[in-house]
Write a protein that binds this ligand. Structure first.
Ligand code: KIV
Length: 266
């Protein structure tokens, strides 16, 4: 069992092997994903919506990210662990960005960090890298920009915005990212970006030509109820499984069936 590193990501792209990534936030889910050989675990700031019940990702704090990263890191031995820098943990000044990236590594036990944005992130990426932390870029529908975008909207749909995204991707590569997430863009644009870069692309709602794919674990196991983007494939209905189990427990307690003799101490 070889540990997956940022070097593995590049080797996989170079050898035409697809990279798998799951956004997960807890010890048990990290263990499950690691056991089946998922290549990387991102402790996404989507945790604000999936686990904490916020409307968007903007309220997630660096402390939230660190605490959940620690849990994921404890559950995974092989997968590469990526900390997602939440809103305002970057973008204020470079020193603060580097300190927060460092906290995700030192306290959160992450092995690389992700932050959203294009040209505006170049200096921060270089500085984070200068202290030895690899950086994953993120372009397209970057959720911390929803107020700017007017909601969770597909990006790069016309030629002007598409060529802007292509430029951002190139700038991130030049700044030294080891890979980049491309979120919610037309598949042809994601293909063009993927073919124009040496570093791997990880798609989410960006079609099949990316070098890897990421989904949020709560989405793919059917725990997310309110938002159903087109790109999410629901592989299980865990919401119903859990609901039925809890209902059965509740019914059995109410009607005196649980705990039976089997579940008590003598
Ligand atoms: O926060 C997150 O989970 C993400 C992934 C969906 C890429 O940014």
């Amino acid at each position: 069992m070889d540990k997956v590193t940022v070097k593995t990501f590049q080797e996989m792209k170079d050898n035409g092997k697809k990279i798998t990534m799951i956004s997960a936030y807890s010890y048990p889910f990290a263990r499950i994903a690691d056991e089946i050989g998922i290549d990387s675990l991102l402790i996404g700031d989507s945790l604000g919506m999936t686990v904490l019940g916020f409307e968007n990702t903007l309220e997630v704090t660096i402390e939230d990210s660190i605490r959940h990263s620690q849990a994921v890191a404890r559950g995974a031995k092989r997968a590469h662990i990526i900390g997602d820098m939440p809103f305002l943990s970057y973008g204020i000044n470079v020193e603060e960005t580097v300190r927060n990236a460092g906290r995700l590594v030192k306290e959160g036990k992450c092995e690389s960090v992700k932050l959203e944005g294009g040209v505006e992130r170049v200096e921060e990426i270089k500085e984070i890298k200068s202290i030895g932390i690899p950086v994953l870029g993120h372009i397209g529908l970057t959720p911390t920009y929803i107020n700017e975008f007017g909601g969770f909207k597909i990006q790069g749909k016309n030629s002007e915005t598409a060529s802007r995204l292509l430029k951002h991707a190139k700038l991130l590569e030049d700044a030294g990212v080891y890979a980049m997430v491309i979120e919610s863009v037309p598949w042809k644009l994601a293909k063009e970006i993927t073919e124009s870069l040496s570093v791997p692309t990880i798609g989410i709602g960006a079609g099949e030509y990316c070098d890897g794919q990421v989904l949020v674990i709560d989405d793919l196991i059917g725990l997310t109820l309110d938002i159903k983007p087109k790109f999410v494939k629901k592989y299980a209905d865990v919401h119903s499984i859990v609901k039925n189990a809890v209902k059965e427990f509740s019914d059995e307690v109410k009607n005196g069936k649980f705990p039976s003799e089997k579940y008590r101490y003598d």
